[in-house]
Design a protein around this ligand. Structure first.
Ligand SMILES: [Zn+2]
Length: 392
């Protein structure tokens, strides 16, 4: 990902942003020897649940952990920490979904899958927010749970405590879930089971009730902003553009970064310009909408609606507060100020409602053209609301 990070830093708590309450709770449990046998970390994707589990594992395995009365943290330099830095500690087991049918019989496929998993683990050791799932993974199967049970029963083979991370545990098949339930019912001493899940409602209730659940909340925009700049080498402008869309999730922020956000925003500005033309706008608008809707899938259309909302909010803020207003699209201040000055009396609330209706239509799979046309006509009405009132 471009950023140079000394790999020997390992998986200390500070690799994961925020979540101080969860870190403190786990540290206290570790210090007092009261770490539950089974933990369930729930929260949206990309907020650092697996990273927290790995930092906990590092602290559990570390040969000389530090304790500042707040956090019990791994040292980052001992042999265990070096192994954790590569997610290669012998007492760490990571279970994650696998692609259906892949790696079952065909040896060649198996080799390919092993490569996929190796690069997935490398990516996670470099960036703990990287998803623990190879491409095309769909489910955690019973064979994987049986394998864990076998290795846990060979406790004499490995000294020390062990930690099993079950990433996105709700991806277990029903057979796997039932097999795992038995593992939960027969605790292995010195083994900590950590389940993570972004959809805990899909887990068997009997599994949930045997785990201690800790909720991992979405990150705040400032944390995301900081991460984008410090870890992903974003410019401050790009980070400001992306952070509000990430909804507290690093993985969502990364997905946005991979998109041509500036290009989408330019499309939005062009659309607004056409919509706001005093007359003869219809033919232009229809042509532009067709251009924009062409080849844009639902997700990209959602990005565009979010960008439109953000742009209008900035214009609204400038119209209300003036040049001192805090805006997200700071590199567009000039264009936004002109827009705000021209439409200071516009019905911004009406525009927000039009975007909300468009967003609902998109989620009902209405085609992009039929989402954009009523949206922009609604925005036009709202832009000229005060003028038509004055004329009436
Ligand atoms: Zn250590």
């Amino acid at each position: 990902m471009g950023s140079i990070r000394p790999i020997f830093a390992g998986m200390k708590w500070n690799r994961i942003l925020g979540h101080n309450r969860v870190k403190r709770l786990l540290s206290t449990a570790l210090r007092t020897g009261r770490l539950p046998q089974a933990l369930l970390l729930t929260g949206p994707e990309g907020v650092g649940k697996n990273g927290l589990a790995l930092a906990l594992a590092s602290a559990v395995f570390c040969e000389s952990p530090s304790d500042d009365d707040t956090l019990v943290d791994s040292c980052g330099t001992c042999r265990s920490c070096m192994q954790m830095a590569h997610l290669a500690h012998p007492n760490l087991r990571i279970i994650h979904a696998l692609p259906a049918g892949k790696g079952d019989t065909d040896d060649e496929m198996k080799a390919e899958l092993i490569d996929d998993i190796r690069s997935m683990l490398e990516a996670t050791s470099e960036n703990p927010y990287s998803p623990l799932r190879p491409d095309g993974a769909t489910q955690i199967r019973i064979g994987q749970i049986r394998e864990i049970k076998r290795s846990l029963s060979m406790s004499a083979m490995q000294a020390g405590r062990r930690l099993v991370l079950l990433s996105e545990a709700h991806e277990m098949t029903i057979e796997a879930s039932n097999a795992f339930l038995k593992t939960l019912e027969e605790p292995h001493p010195d083994t900590i089971l950590v389940l993570t899940s972004s959809k805990p409602e899909r887990l068997l209730q009997t599994i949930v009730s045997r785990c201690q659940e800790l909720q991992v909340a979405p990150l705040d925009d400032a944390d995301i902003h900081h991460y984008l700049i410090s870890e992903l080498a974003c410019t401050s402008e790009d980070a400001a553009l992306v952070a509000p869309f990430a909804q507290g999730s690093i993985s969502k922020a990364q997905a946005f970064l991979a998109e041509d956000m500036r290009g989408y925003r330019q499309d939005i500005v062009d659309l607004l310009r056409t919509t706001a033309k005093p007359r003869d706008f219809r033919a232009d608008l229809v042509a532009r909408i067709h251009d924009i809707a062409d080849g844009r899938n639902k997700t990209r259309m959602e990005y565009m609606l979010s960008l439109l909302l953000l742009w209008l909010r900035d214009a609204h803020a400038l119209a209300l507060v003036g040049p001192e207003a805090h805006i997200v699209n700071s590199d567009q201040r000039e264009a936004l100020s002109r827009f705000a000055a021209a439409f200071a009396d516009a019905d911004f609330g009406g525009m927000y409602r039009a975007i909300e209706r468009a967003s609902n239509a998109l989620s009902r799979n209405v085609t992009p053209v039929l989402v954009l046309l009523p949206l922009l006509l609604g925005i036009r009405r709202a832009l000229f609301a005060s003028r038509s009132k004055a004329a009436a």
